[in-house]
Design a protein around this ligand. Sequence first.
Ligand code: BES
Ligand code: MG
Ligand code: ZN
Length: 488
Amino acid sequence: MKIKIENSPKKTQLLCGFALEKSDKVLGFPKLDSKTSSAVNQSLKDIDGKLGKLVVIPSIEKNQFQRILIAGIGKKEDITKDTFRQISGKIAQKARELKLKEFSIIVPPTFVNEQISSVTQIVEGSKMALYKFEKFKTEKEANSPDMTIIVSKSNKVTKAIKSAEIVADGAIFTKSIANLPPNECTPSTLADFAKTISKNKMTCKIISKPELKKKGFGGITAVGQGSKNEPKLIILEHNHGSKNEKPIVLVGKAVTFDTGGISLKPGANMDEMKFDKCGGCTVLGIMKAVSELKLPVNVIGIIPSVENMPGGESYRPGDIIKLYSGKTAEILNTDAEGRLILADALAYGEKHYSPKAIIDFATLTGACIIALGTNVAGMISNDEKLSKKIFESSKETTEQIWELPLNQEFMDMIKSDVADMKNMGIGRAAGTITAAAFLRNAIEDTPWTHFDIAGVAWTQTATKEKSYNPKGATGFGVRLILDYLQKM
Ligand code: BES
Ligand code: MG
Ligand code: ZN
């Protein structure tokens, strides 16, 4: 999708505008000939500006607008930082359905919403809504109309559009690799993607099995040893901040398929465990955008990637392993594999980069879905200032997060009789927090925030429908962390 900016509407196949509930006008619309205008008024009455309703009107006389689309945005006081993202997504999908080459959207006047926010939402919503995972379909829909944004031009607006395009592309990249099936996406495939996005932009280092073993990455080595698709540790560096500025380290769990290992998962819905790489894909999408935006900060992406398989060489319940931090862990369930590979990556990140902060993303626990459902991610942190800042960003991007506590009681729940800790808590109690307690043990006192994205990383049965998140991976966290980094 190409995006253009114009001060006023020109000839277009589809002129789109927004209407508030019970309003008799389309916000910012130009003057139309009388016949078209009366058709617009009639359609306006039909949808009454109800949130999410769309109507398409063929223009009556031969004029420069082939069709007109009105989109209801509901009551003014109910408009959120997601309204224009959602509705623009629907508009773009309508334009695709009509097989158009292009369409124009009139940005509503500022009294409805802050202008930069609505422009950002329009770009993100329409781009993300047009992404479709059809790589393996013989017949592809694929057409993606171009968009003209009608708004009074300024440097600020141009910059916001450019930036929103890169951010949306980052989220789309995350979705597109997260959606790949496990036979087509192994740890080495992810390593190749990392190399591709880093070309001429970032440094990229891949640590393979022999070196992982030699350097003491006991968690990654143990979980990865059951699969013939060997584990990889992917490290991306974007160094555009000042030389002595400490970096932000981003860590993402990338289990390309989680069978549970010897503690095998039940068969129902096991296919969804192809999404167990979503945390790592989120970090890749963020890094791609960070490098394209050339953000003046130092950011490191670390992605431990494995396939968790049962087999003659798999690690087992009862095993005791030594993690990169030097601490030992008793394995009680091989399905609690995420915390093992993350612990290695977190410890490595802290040791090698002495970062200002560490942020991690992981589809870590089914318990998080029980606690918070499929529209809110779990957040656990050892640093109030850091978690508060990211929480502010979440209000801007509307990726919902909620903080859970991590006090000593929870740390005590993962103490082992035979090793420094065990890889699960006491039964199912506080499963999301005991998993985070394990991660907390991997680092010293670096400010750290963990996101459990088990419920939100892909659309599940209870997921609220959003135009810009069609079925499959959602790219959760990409817009969130890019907002946080851009404000740094
Ligand atoms: N990848 C899963 C968590 C998961 C489950 C994410 C369902 C999304 C949907 C993780 O590796 C796992 O299996 N966790 C176990 C931990 C338990 C054995 C302590 C879980 O949640 O059941
Ligand atoms: Mg598991
Ligand atoms: Zn897992």
